[in-house]
Design a protein around this ligand. Structure first.
Ligand code: FES
Length: 401
């Protein structure tokens, strides 16, 4: 110990203190510069704004149930540019629908380069029972004002983690982040090989077909599209589902590859079992789960006696308390929003932790595939209400939005 203390050279430290005190005493009594005068703070606000005020600038209708919305900054509300995203990220849209404030994540279908030119695009498909998708498709017109989060999410290519070749597995509107990634490859903003196995029912259901074919020609093999049709056979397309055999057919034979999945929940239920057959390292599999977890009662570990039940949900938010109802098959977050409570959320898929709340009392069910809680949260009784379902009356302590 004496040796360590000697090594510290206390005399020098004492001198340091007096020099520091002198500099403080000699400093001018002028105010500290405002925080936004520091370039680091300005950069932080540009990349991660708390809110982006956007306006619908154009609408491209792919069909009655699928539209692409071009969102531009709304300078009248103080947003003069859109925050730069990584290809594959999403933004959370916040809208007041009736008496409820609803927040939903949507993957950007635009590329980072398009953000630099001043806009994002969102491609939204109608979801049966989906409050936000129906609201957007039926009511948004050019000029509609929309509030959004900064770009979020980790469905992005990371060379330190991901293999050089990515097999993308997309279903339905889960194609949107891949469209962003493919364009970023064509723009030279991403450098990896992407083979996209895109599952659709029929050829008529394929989104962005011509754009993907153009990107395929532009990128000289770096991006490759394979359409997989489940309900018809067509020349140049695979027929069937996204099976392990199909993945192996297009995956590299002599080097590792990553698998990125984005699609509806039913696709994950099927594809996750197929991926088990391939014995890939865990780090090489990435899921993008956007939107609500639905039908928890279909999981084999769900207690079937709870089906059809309704419980009391007691919510504490700061100094306010509320009593509402929650159906067993609806997430706690949905129940709160439908009752008009403004609750923090972003991913709605159990991963970002933005809705993290303390479970004061009650029994809940959290599907394994969307349980993104840390070990400490499990031990100290925290849940993510977006992916948590009541199995009894529940008391929840929720942070303010
Ligand atoms: S909103 Fe992301 S974990 Fe709940």
């Amino acid at each position: 110990m004496a040796k360590i203390l000697k090594g510290l050279k206390l005399a020098r430290i004492t001198k340091l203190m007096s020099a520091r005190n002198k500099r403080i005493a000699d400093a001018p009594a002028t105010p500290v510069p405002p925080l936004d005068s520091y370039i680091q703070n300005r950069l932080k606000d540009q990349l991660h704004p708390k809110v982006q005020h956007l306006v619908v600038a154009d609408i491209i209708a792919h069909s009655a149930d699928v539209k692409t919305f071009v969102l531009a900054p709304d300078a009248s509300q103080g947003t003069t540019f859109v925050a730069y995203p990584a290809a594959g990220q999403y933004i959370s849209i916040r809208q007041t629908i009736g008496s409820a404030v609803v927040c939903r994540p949507y993957s950007l279908s635009s590329s980072p380069k398009e953000a630099l030119s001043g806009h994002y695009t969102l491609t939204i498909k109608r979801v049966e029972g989906g409050l936000m998708s129906q609201f957007a498709l039926d009511t948004w017109t050019v000029g509609t004002k929309v509030d959004a989060s900064a770009p979020l999410g980790v469905f992005t290519y990371e060379p330190l983690r991901d293999a050089r070749t990515v097999i993308g597995l997309a279903g339905g509107s889960g194609i949107t982040p891949f469209y962003s990634l493919a364009k970023a490859i064509a723009d030279g903003d991403e450098d990896f090989n992407l083979t996209l196995l895109y599952g659709s029912r029929t050829k008529a259901d394929i989104l962005f077909l011509e754009d993907f074919e153009r990107i395929q020609r532009q990128t000289a093999g770096k991006f490759r599209l394979v359409n997989v049709l489940s309900h018809e056979e067509a020349e140049g397309c695979e027929h069937g589902f996204l099976t392990a055999e199909l993945i192996q057919k297009y995956a590299p034979k002599d080097e590792p590859y990553s698998v990125f999945l984005c699609g509806p929940q039913a696709m994950y239920n099927f594809v996750d079992k197929e991926l088990e057959k391939l014995n890939l390292r865990r780090k090489y599999i990435r899921h993008e789960l956007f939107g609500e977890y639905r039908n928890p009662e279909k999981n084999p570990d769900y207690p079937q006696e709870m089906v059809g039940q309704t419980f009391k949900l007691h919510v504490k938010m700061r100094d306010q308390e509320y009593d509402i109802k929650v159906d067993a098959n609806e997430s706690l977050l949905n129940a709160m929003e439908h009752s008009g409570l403004v609750v923090p959320s972003d991913c709605r898929s159990g991963t970002c932790g933005w809705c993290r709340s303390r479970l004061v009392a009650g029994q809940v069910y959290v599907p394994k595939s969307v349980d993104g809680r840390r070990q400490a949260d499990l031990e100290f009784g925290y849940v993510h209400p977006c992916s948590t379902f009541a199995l009894s009356d529940v008391y929840l302590d929720v942070p303010m939005a």
